[in-house]
Design a protein around this ligand. Structure first.
Ligand SMILES: Cc1cc2nc3c(=O)[nH]c(=O)nc-3n(C[C@H](O)[C@H](O)[C@H](O)COP(=O)(O)OP(=O)(O)OC[C@H]3O[C@@H](n4cnc5c(N)ncnc54)[C@H](O)[C@@H]3O)c2cc1C
Length: 431
């Protein structure tokens, strides 16, 4: 590869947001990720809440970046054409002990600069949410707590960055970083070397492993990094705590369960800075519970760091901030559906019956700036396979479409990465 200005390690929410931010400038940027698709590890297994930062620890970098990020989401969601809803949240107090903590939490919110919170009586809380526990003693209303589709957010960041010239090297693992005379010179991957002036470590759970490559690791990331097991004890605990707030909630309402790992580090807290010892290395570490939200402000913060470190941020005259989202067939009117099917009959062929996802949408997702190449990549973009049958009906058909559109044998199509192939050999599709 030719000399890059910036290599970003990690295509999760944080790395992809940074990529989009840097794509505003005349720079040569590449994002490298070990996974087959953009979307990250933690970034594809979270609650999708766009926090206000009301309960952050006042005075921390996390508080500053989360509080700054929340108001940015209206414009961001419009530009990237992603689902985003300002639904608001209620912090409920069910026990007397929780009730007595409310004034302190209210003041903490103010200390974080979140002033639009309101104290609620039990009756006001019940009026806002009739399903809430009859035991509720009061609460705090946080009107700007919001929800976003986290899969759509990351794909949109990445697609928009790619549209604006950022390269993405997926299924590519960083195995070393070379430093000469106290300066980063190359990122070494399992697919070759990338000469570069700057490296950004946005590797989430693996930020400690990357930091060790430049001898700059003064922290550890806790979780067991590959253990995504869902346990019955864990489920019981969650059901129990949800029922405390919403007694009518039933596990029967859920279709499946996932787990996620937060990139929590010791010492705790966001640490986003350029190394003083190794010129060209920027660590984005400790982005644990709020990274979906803060991704947008972290990206701007990192661009400032790069400028301070001597990178010339010359704005592109042709930067395109807008990107069109995926066709949402099941949200169209009958007339719109009819017109779409007339233009392209593949939109009339329903593949995922539970979520009404059509062949036209799947073909579209495969040929976007960041190609969907696996079952999970299709699932995260279109929700195909997330319904009641959990892909029982549509998976074989999606494999067939992926193989046809990517012009590869069906038995090479994976669920999410090498080793998760769906077929073990040729079948009637491949004959
Ligand atoms: C259960 C749960 C609920 C959460 N809820 C919320 C929420 O509601 N709101 C919110 O704002 N945040 C939430 N979070 C936190 C949020 O998900 C994370 O802070 C955020 O996703 C971190 O993003 P990231 O890009 O830093 O990391 P990741 O998404 O983990 O991305 C890191 C990427 O680096 C890549 N990588 C690592 N090592 C290498 C290597 N050697 N070579 C190449 N690539 C590499 C990985 O493959 C991965 O794609 C939650 C987290 C969890 C686990």
């Amino acid at each position: 590869m030719s000399m890059m200005d910036v290599v970003i390690i990690g295509a999760g929410a944080v790395g992809s947001a940074i990529a989009r931010e840097l794509s505003r400038y005349e720079l040569k940027v590449v994002v490298v990720d070990k996974n087959e698709d953009v979307g990250g590890d933690a970034s594809k297994s979270n609650s999708g809440i766009v926090h206000t930062g009301y309960d952050a620890t006042p005075g921390t970098l996390e508080s500053r970046l989360v509080v700054a990020a929340n108001p940015m989401f209206d414009k961001l969601a419009k530009e990237l054409d992603i689902p985003f809803k300002r639904c608001g949240a209620i912090l409920t107090a069910v026990t007397q002990e929780e009730y007595e903590l409310l004034p302190e939490l209210f003041r903490k919110s103010h200390k974080n600069g979140v002033y639009d919170v309101e104290m609620l009586t039990a009756e006001q809380a019940r009026n806002l949410e009739p399903n809430i526990s009859p035991e509720v003693k009061g609460g705090i209303y946080i009107p700007r707590e919001s929800i976003v589709d986290p899969f759509a957010l990351v794909v949109a960041y990445a697609e928009n960055a790619a549209m604006n010239g950022v390269q993405f090297k997926l299924s590519t693992k960083v195995i070393d970083i070379q430093v000469e005379d106290g300066k980063v010179t190359k990122v070494v991957t399992d697919k070759g070397e990338i000469p570069t002036r700057f490296v950004i470590n946005a590797a989430g759970l693996y930020t400690d492993d990357i930091a060790k490559m430049v001898g700059q690791c003064d922290f550890t990331v806790h979780p067991d990094k590959e253990d995504y097991a869902v346990t019955s004890e864990g489920l019981e605990e969650i059901i129990e705590s949800v029922r405390r707030l919403l007694p009518a909630a039933s596990p029967k309402d859920t279709i499946t369960q996932y787990s996620g790992l937060r990139p929590v580090k010791t010492p705790e807290g966001y640490k986003i800075e350029a190394s003083k010892e190794v010129k060209g290395y920027v660590g984005v570490t400790g982005v644990r519970s709020t990274g979906v939200t803060a991704s947008v402000s972290i990206a701007a913060y990192v661009a400032d760091i790069l400028a301070d470190e001597g990178l010339d941020l010359k704005p592109k005259t042709n930067f395109e901030p807008y990107r069109t989202g995926f066709t949402k067939f099941n949200e169209l009117s009958w007339k719109e559906k009819d017109e779409l099917i007339k233009r392209n009959p593949l939109y009339g062929h329903v593949i995922c019956r539970c979520e009404t996802v059509t062949e036209g949408q799947i073909v579209e997702a495969i040929h976007r700036p960041i190609q969907a190449k696996s079952l999970d990549a299709i699932k995260r973009r279109l929700w195909a396979g997330t319904g009641r049958c959990q892909g029982g009906f549509c998976s074989p058909r999606i494999v067939e479409i992926l193989a046809r559109e990517l012009n590869v044998p069906a038995e090479t199509i994976t669920k999410h990465r090498k080793g998760s192939e769906i077929l073990t050999g040729p079948n009637r599709l491949g004959d």
